[in-house]
Ligand binder design. Structure first.
Ligand code: HAM
Length: 420
């Protein structure tokens, strides 16, 4: 019996990869335009890193982590997100000393043991950025502008940027106390999860999916009423900056986010489908206390992560050109096949994608395969051509054929394919 892939873990097959590559290429260009450099952090980290950063009472740490003890007894976790690892690397390598403002991006697989469904996987991919070392609201605006521009360049339709401020440690403490008071009075109307979290993580009640909790918290106090002067001014500057750049957004006072490290600006890019269902394609925010929390110096930070699978579901088809050879070599007969092998090798070395038939049949059969391959030109070489020392080059679109001498063949193909 075939051993299948793990539930919620997907292969990216050759026909899907052009879409991924197109996205990754666009992302690399865009992030470099906005001054971000690439960072690659490990997929495994010490479990304690995630408990300390994402929060011991978050859903991710409580229920969703792939955590295990390795053969040496170390507690290891497959990263459920990218921010914690980036912040760890920033502190561990003292980037705060060499690069006081560090702007990085990353892409790669993340792991959460959630219930798989469309757009929710156990191994999924994120593309994210983190900007460390800047407390001014200008960086919030830059980070949001990069996110919005990316969706624009990719022509992703039907997304809304939702923003909120979660305040700082101080003003959030006052808010949490008020919210706790409110929830205590509603205990009986809350779902068991939220009842349990009143003490540990009351904010989560605001984005609980259960209808009971939605109704019970409809008139709950909001963070916006508790922001202190500095946090309020920060949020106003971010909104002003977005207005100046002509970026549209919705202020969503109920947005609380599921990770504990957030402070001040938080945001989500929400896809609204034709049925009106909402789904976060990207999310992020500020985490001004996180570097310190994991043992580095007090450093502000802000970033976001895009769910790649969710984003790809929204994009127009990439077109089937990617991955097609430019030249197909149809060789008939032993001598011609050996010549065809050499020709393919020479073309590939010149950077011209070339393909050929490894178990060639007759000419008709090979021309069918050439057609299907999407190649722009086919080089036809049979016994007659070998005898004449010339190949036939067929333009697959116009169907025009020309004879080209072997000693001119590579040069001629180079000229023909230059404009492809
Ligand atoms: P997050 O909201 O947990 O934030 O995840 C960001 C995005 O990853 C989500 O909006 C969603 O598109 C995608 N995502 C999350 N879980 C899954 C899943 N099981 N299957 C498919 N896609 C998923 C973070 O991870 C933060 N580290 C973002 C951040 C960066 N904040 C600051 N810097």
């Amino acid at each position: 019996m075939l051993t299948q892939a793990i539930k919620g873990v997907k292969d990216i097959l050759p026909e899907d990869s052009p879409k991924w590559r197109r996205l990754e290429d666009a992302v690399r260009k865009l992030f470099s335009d906005y001054g971000f450099s690439e960072i690659r952090t490990p997929i495994i980290e010490h479990t304690v890193l995630f408990a300390r950063s994402i929060g011991a009472t978050s859903d991710i740490v409580e229920k969703e982590m792939y955590a295990f003890k390795d053969q040496g007894g170390d507690e290891i976790t497959l990263r459920p997100e990218g921010t914690a690892g980036v912040v760890r690397a920033y502190a561990e390598h003292k980037l705060f000393a060499s690069r006081p403002v560090t702007k990085v991006y990353y892409m790669g697989p993340m792991f959460r043991r959630e219930r798989p469904q469309a757009g929710r996987l156990r191994q999924f991919h994120q593309i994210g950025v983190e900007a460390l070392g800047v407390s001014e609201p200008g960086i919030d605006v830059d980070v949001l502008a990069a996110l919005v521009e990316l969706f624009g360049r990719l022509e992703a339709q039907g997304v809304e940027l939702h923003i909120n401020s979660l305040g700082c440690k101080d003003c959030r403490a006052a808010y949490k106390a008020a919210l706790k008071d409110f929830l205590m009075r509603k205990t009986d109307s809350l779902c068991p999860d939220c009842q349990r979290r009143i003490e540990t993580n009351p904010l989560r009640a605001l984005d609980c999916k259960s209808e009971r909790c939605k109704a019970a918290t409809a008139d709950a106090p909001m963070m916006s009423e508790y922001l202190d002067g500095d946090c309020r001014a920060h949020f106003e500057s971010v909104k002003q900056g977005l207005d100046d750049l002509g970026i549209q957004y919705v202020v969503d006072p109920r947005m609380v986010r599921g990770l504990d490290y957030y402070t001040r600006t938080t945001f989500e890019m929400i896809a609204v489908d034709k049925q009106g269902a909402q789904n976060a394609v990207a999310a992020g925010g500020r985490y001004d206390g996180l570097v310190e929390e994991i043992g580095g110096p007090s450093t502000p930070g802000i970033g976001f992560a895009i769910g790649v699978e969710r984003l790809l579901m929204m994009l127009p088809e990439a077109g089937n050109g990617a991955g097609s050879p430019q030249v197909y070599i149809a060789a008939i007969g032993g001598r011609a096949e050996r010549f065809g092998q050499k020709l393919a090798d020479e073309l590939r070395k010149c950077g011209i994608p070339a393909e050929r038939d490894y178990s060639p049949g007759g000419l008709k059969n090979q021309m069918k395969k050439a057609d299907r391959s999407g190649a722009s030109f086919t080089a036809i070489i049979g016994e007659d051509e070998m005898a004449r020392g010339a190949a036939i080059i067929r333009d697959m679109k116009s169907r025009e054929q020309t004879e080209v001498r072997f000693d001119r063949l590579v040069e001629e193909i180079k000229t023909l394919t230059r404009s492809l």
